[in-house]
Design a protein around this ligand. Sequence first.
Ligand code: HEC
Ligand code: HEC
Length: 225
Amino acid sequence: MIDIVESEGFCAHNFKFVAMKLIASLMMPAALAVVAVTAFAADAPAKPDLAKGEATYSGVCAACHGAGGNSEVPNYPVLAQQFPGYLVKQLQEFKSGKREDAVMQGMAATLDDEGVRDVSAWLGTQKAKNGVAQSKDLAAVGESIYRGGAQDRGIAACAGCHSPNGAGVPVQFPRLAGQHQEYTVKQLSDFRGGKRTNSTVMHDEVKYLTDHEIQGLADYIAGLR
Ligand code: HEC
Ligand code: HEC
C-alpha cells in the first residue's frame, strides 16, 4: 500500500518535472521572441520628421504658443527648447485625459503618435528667448526655495531636479528657465490643489507651499537663464 502511494507520488512528481521542463523549453523561444519584438519596436519609430513637426506647429499651435515656440501670451507656455520626451509625455497625457485642460485636450486629440513625436522633436530644436523676473522681492522669496528648499516642510530644492539655472535634466525633469510667470503659477497651484495629477513628485513637492511662495518661485523661474 505504502509502496504504491510512493510510486504514484514519484510518477506524479516526475510527470510534473517533465511537464515543467517542457513548458520551460516551449517558453524559451517565446521569451526570446518577446525580447526580439521589443527590440524591434524600440527601433521601429523612424526618426522624427522635423519638417512635418514644423508644419503642424505653424498650422495649429503657433496661434497660441507663438512663433518658434516662444509664446508671447502669459498663460500659454513657452515650448521652445523643451525636451521632446517631456513634451511627448504631456501631449499623450492630454490625449488620455491624465492631464486635464479643455483647450489642450482638444488640440492633442488631433495628433496621432507620429504627430506627437514630430512636433515635440521640432520644438526641442527651437531656441527659447530669455524672460525676466518682475519683482526683486518676490524673486528673492522664490530663489531661496529654488536653491535651498524649505527644510521645515521637507521641501527639496527645485534646483536638485530642474538644475540650478532651470535648464532641466533630460528627459524627466523639464526645462523651466524663462517660462511665463502666470503659466508657472497655474501649474504649481494645479499640482498643489490636485487639478494637475500627472506627477506625484510635483504634488508632494508643492503641497505645503503658500500662494506667496508660489508667486515668488514663478517670478524667479521667469528670470532664470
Ligand atoms: C487655443 C490655444 C492653444 C493652442 C492652439 C495650442 N495650445 Fe498648447 N497649451 C495651451 C494652454 C492654455 C496650455 C496650458 C494648459 C494648462 O494650464 O495646463 C497649453 C499647454 C501645452 C503643453 C504643455 C506644456 C508644458 O510645459 O507642460 C504642450 C506640450 C502644448 N500645449 C503643446 C501644443 C501643441 C503641440 C499644439 C498644436 C498641436 C498646441 N499646444 C496648441 C493653449 C493652446
Ligand atoms: C524630485 C525631483 C523634482 C523636484 C525636487 C522638483 N521638481 Fe518640478 N518637476 C519634476 C518632474 C519629474 C516634473 C515633470 C512632471 C510631469 O511629467 O508632468 C516636474 C514639473 C515641474 C513643472 C511643470 C513644468 C511645465 O512646463 O508645466 C514646474 C513648474 C515645476 N516642476 C517646478 C518646480 C519647482 C518650483 C520646484 C521646487 C519647489 C520643483 N519643481 C521641484 C521633478 C521635480
